[in-house]
Write a protein that binds this ligand. Structure first.
Ligand SMILES: [Fe+2]
Ligand SMILES: [Fe+2]
Length: 315
């Protein structure tokens, strides 16, 4: 392509972004924009799918039928989110199976939060309240992302995420108002999930090299630190309301700024988990790999059935 043509295409692309006109699959886009979206959306899809595992662990042990039905619906929603997002990746020309293979080989990442174990029923509350709560903070701005299919997928996903957040908070509220043992379980779950939830927003802005480009392309609308601050400001009063204590001795409200100040995040722990050394990384990837291998016969049977059906129709 001639240099001047490329420049004109790039200028037209940026002009659309600046005017908040969505980029659609068949529109011209810079290769880096495409690559960034493929990476981000596929990581997001993997997070939805891997995120089913820690909660799936408690479906058979939910304390009653109502809790079981709600948790089942929630985990099923996450499968749906994963499927929309894999479809959105395909609109960018990526191959779905290759993307999934990258997860299974360890090449692709997913949200580090899902590499922590779920040790008690209260963790279902903490995950809904904190993890889905943090996901909403991240995902609501994505409804205005410059790439059309991703933005549209996020509208429905966010509606479901807010149901997830509320069901988690309801579990925590019930436990926090229950017996001393139940309240202790809720506090313990908060203690274990608070810091990993803050890490979900990613490194501090000063250590986040891709952020500025993503902001210019309007893939990202707020920085990691801005989103993390909003999450803390919204969540701390919720903990107070149900009588639980945020596990951070440095947490205090700053009257002047109107924001909570919080203690230092353990970034060494974050990077260890991202590198694959978290408590459950190996288990999570192995579970996904097994699901693919053990489910292969279903795909083969479905394909064979389809072939037969076609042959019958043709004859
Ligand atoms: Fe989700
Ligand atoms: Fe969710």
């Amino acid at each position: 392509m001639k240099e001047s043509n490329l420049e004109a295409l790039q200028a037209a692309f940026q002009a659309k972004i600046d005017k908040d006109i969505r980029i659609e699959p068949k529109d011209w886009m810079p290769e880096e924009y495409r690559k960034t979206l493929i990476r981000q959306i596929s990581q997001h899809a993997h997070s939805e799918i891997v995120g089913m595992l820690p909660e799936g662990n408690w479906i058979t042990r939910a304390p009653n039928l109502r809790r079981k039905a709600v948790l089942l619906a929630k985990v099923q929603d996450e499968a749906g989110h994963g499927l929309y997002l894999y479809s959105a990746v395909e609109t960018l020309g990526a191959d779905r199976e290759a993307t999934i293979d990258d997860l299974h080989s360890g090449k692709a990442k997913y949200s580090s939060i899902f590499n922590y174990p779920t040790l008690s029923w209260a963790d279902m509350g903490a995950i809904g309240w904190l993890v889905d709560g943090a996901a909403i903070m991240n995902q609501v701005p994505l409804c205005r992302c410059s790439y059309g299919p991703y933005a549209r997928a996020m509208v429905r996903v966010c509606k479901e995420e807010s149901f997830h957040q509320r069901q988690g908070f309801e579990i925590m509220t019930t436990l926090a108002n229950g017996t001393p043992v139940q309240k202790a379980l809720a506090q313990d779950a908060l203690n274990r999930f608070w810091w990993p939830a803050l890490m979900m927003f990613g490194p501090n802005d000063s250590d986040s090299p891709h952020s500025q480009q993503s902001m210019d392309w309007k893939i990202k609308r707020f920085s990691n630190d801005e989103l993390r601050q909003t999450f803390v400001d919204v969540t701390v009063p919720q903990a107070e309301m149900i009588g639980l204590t945020i596990p951070d001795p440095d947490l205090k409200f700053n009257e002047e700024t109107g924001h909570y100040e919080f203690g230092a995040i353990n970034w060494d722990e974050f990077w260890e988990v991202v590198k694959g050394n978290g408590p459950c990384n190996a288990d999570r990837v192995a579970a996904r790999r097994n699901a693919k291998e053990n489910g292969m016969w279903v795909r083969e049977a479905a394909l064979a059935h389809e072939e037969k059906r076609k042959a019958k129709q043709a004859s």
